[in-house]
Design a protein around this ligand. Sequence first.
Ligand code: GRF
Length: 216
Amino acid sequence: MTLDIQEKTLARLGVLGSGKGSNFVALAQACNAGKVPATIAIVISDVPDAGILDRARALGIPACYLPPGPFRTKLDEQSEEAYVAALRDAGVDYVVLAGFMRVLKGRFLRAYPNRVVNIHPSLLPAFRGLEAWKQALDYGVKVTGVTVHFVDEGVDTGPIIAQAAVMVEDDDTPTSLHQRIQEVEHELYPAAVAALVRGELQIEGRKVRRLTRTGR
Ligand code: GRF
């Protein structure tokens, strides 16, 4: 009985990912530890053999591949409908993108207004798009980092929720820099999702205001 009541007060997250799913695992661990008042209801991937699906199943979380349609960088309309239907069937309140390599468009975003978030491996608006850690290294910046943001129809352009810096070292390779960025991601994303599901974030135009501060 107590468990039933607790389950009902937890926000339900749907996680979308195309890759290995390390951010998903960090989020799942934070949910299990009670640091994020949420439960991951479903994991969906556009890649049939994505690591994120195996990792979800290993944790006993429902996980499925949904075909993305014919385009390379977005879902077609039919697929968008199928993704939204699967999320709704799972009772999802918020959608968390964790390495999902496709742009979401109006139909999807209208189904979850201001309820879709993404993590990007740079300090936006610098280095939008693919392999942002490599872009940062090639550009020669001394500081890069991580951004959590709401998702709009652009590529990595939505209102910014949280950012954290990562120093670039002289001897960094793309692999070493990405690894340090990911360590920061695994802290920042659960903290930002916790603020989101607690209703602590207020969007005013491009600005996201944090209503109350909680410990990370
Ligand atoms: C992360 O670096 C994230 O910033 C980007 O995609 C990567 C996903 O990594 N959006 P993982 O699958 O969570 O390990």
